[in-house]
Design a protein around this ligand. Structure first.
Ligand code: ARG
Length: 466
């Protein structure tokens, strides 16, 4: 079969060792449909250039249709001797159309511009599937936020109780990165919207083929501006790989949160049975495997990106066979995300929160200390002192094993002495409620119920326009 591609100057075929190394059909056969679409467009370009007669073009298109049908049915598939998907399809076309006609299709194109075009077509299609899946996850989180209403929870920094926040606010903090991932895909699509078909091996073609029409037929707006760039660059494949890895990391952060919230000690969230697993030995176990798999798979998504970048580094600038290594990285990412996202979204959509427990925990651990300091500021105390006075309240409460609201009027009067009149000091209690604390954080982007509502509305609009 190698003879069909480069027989002329060779006296022998490839050694079995080379053939085994060189072979890529085991992973690139999934580009077959795109390759046939490309061949159809290329055949028409040959026709317009006068290199196929109207009759030949018709027979060629019929042959390609038949080839597509036997690929669809599985009747035609790569065999051991096929090097890559293009070689296999060429063999299939020759068998249907005959050597005479089938042998005309290769004119004016190279597997270099072909493969560079196919990976773009394939990635664009799957990027849309992944964008939809990411949006579905964002929607599930938005619905959970809607459902959470004004429920409060402990907001944490460094994993320590920091300030109370709305549960909806915490959940929405995971929506925005996901929406940015979808925006990244949409933005990336504008850059990858150019067809390398017509670039040939590296320098273009001599046959007067018009790449613009081929590009349009394959769903591209543009043609790559430089045939060397068109065949040799994979930065756009790497950019996709980054977005996929980033989405994985964003999902992993949420996973970690869910895993912790789901522990006995936290007890913030319950996972639906259909989205949890059991243990083969411990009958009581109910495990958050989906979140763990998501967290684990983010490592592999990152690995795909770094592997690809390492492959691209230091390549001479025109096609080199190293570039064949671009595909498995992104195929693996797409397969990973397309399986992971629906399961993950199902888990998120069906999880339920123990809002009573969240509310009880929200103000504990002196989480209202900032509110005391800011109340003092509003009453004219410079923040430096206010911070210290509030800290002194925490110290008293901590020593007594109490919370801030357990301090007596006398305590507040004594601590604030010299800064506030005695009749004013106990009024600090007004801000010592979780509800007061969150409602007071009412600047744009803050956790007050009004602002969170505004945020949810904005996110819904963003989802609709993406
Ligand atoms: N299978 C190769 C790839 O995936 C394309 C073939 C180009 N081969 C070549 N010898 N120029 O990149």
């Amino acid at each position: 079969e190698h003879l069909a591609l480069w027989g002329g100057r060779f006296t022998s075929g490839p050694s079995p060792e080379l053939a085994r190394l060189s072979k890529s059909t085991q992973f690139d056969w999934r580009l077959a449909d795109d390759d046939i679409a490309g061949s159809r467009a290329h055949a028409r370009a040959l026709g317009r250039a006068g290199l196929l007669t109207a009759d030949e073009l018709e027979r060629m298109e019929n042959a390609l249709d038949e080839l597509q049908r036997s690929v669809d049915s599985g009747a035609f598939a790569p065999i051991e001797d096929d090097e890559d998907e293009a070689t296999a399809l060429e063999r299939g076309l020759l068998a249907i159309a005959g050597d005479e006609l089938g042998g005309k299709l290769r004119a004016g194109r190279s597997r270099n511009d072909q493969i560079a075009c196919l990976i773009r077509m394939w990635l664009r299609r799957h990027s849309r599937i992944i964008a939809k899946q990411l949006l579905a996850l964002a929607v599930a989180l938005i619905e959970q936020s809607d459902k959470a209403g004004r429920a409060v929870m402990p907001g944490r920094t460094h994993m320590q109780h920091a300030q109370p926040v709305l549960l909806a606010h915490q959940l929405m903090a995971h929506v925005w990165p996901l929406l940015r991932d979808v925006q990244r895909l949409a933005d990336w699509d504008k850059r990858i919207d150019a067809s390398p078909y017509g670039s040939g091996a590296l320098a273009g073609n001599t046959l007067g083929l018009e790449p613009v029409a081929v590009a349009r037929e394959l769903g591209f707006t543009n043609v790559t501006a430089n045939s060397i760039d068109g065949t040799a660059s994979r930065d756009l494949v790497a950019e996709f790989a980054f977005i996929a890895a980033m989405a994985g990391v964003d999902i992993s952060r949420l996973s970690e949160e869910i895993i912790i919230w789901n522990t006995q000690e936290f007890g913030f969230v319950r996972l639906d049975d259909a989205y949890s697993t059991g243990s083969s030995i411990m009958p009581q176990k109910k495990n958050p495997d989906i979140a763990e798999l998501a967290r684990g798979k983010s490592g592999r998504l990152i690995g795909d990106l770094t592997g690809l970048l390492a492959t691209l580094k230091g390549l001479p600038t025109a096609y080199a066979r190293d570039l064949q290594e671009d595909k498995e990285a992104v195929f693996d990412q797409v397969d990973t995300l397309e399986v992971l996202l629906p399961a993950f979204t199902g888990m998120v959509a069906t999880m339920t929160f123990d809002t009573e427990r969240l509310e009880a925990e929200a103000p504990t651990g002196f989480a209202l200390a900032t509110d005391i300091a800011e109340w003092l500021v509003k009453n004219g105390v410079p923040f430096r002192h206010a911070h210290e006075l509030s800290g002194a309240c925490v110290k008293i409460a901590e020593e007594r094993g109490q919370e801030l609201w357990d301090l007596t009027d006398e305590d507040f009067i004594a601590v604030f002495d010299g800064f506030l009149p005695a009749d004013l000091a106990p009024q600090v209690r007004e801000v010592l409620s979780t509800e007061g604390s969150v409602s007071a954080r009412n600047g744009k982007g803050g956790t007050s119920p009004l602002r969170v509502r505004e945020q949810i509305v904005a996110a819904k609009t963003a989802v609709e326009t993406l």
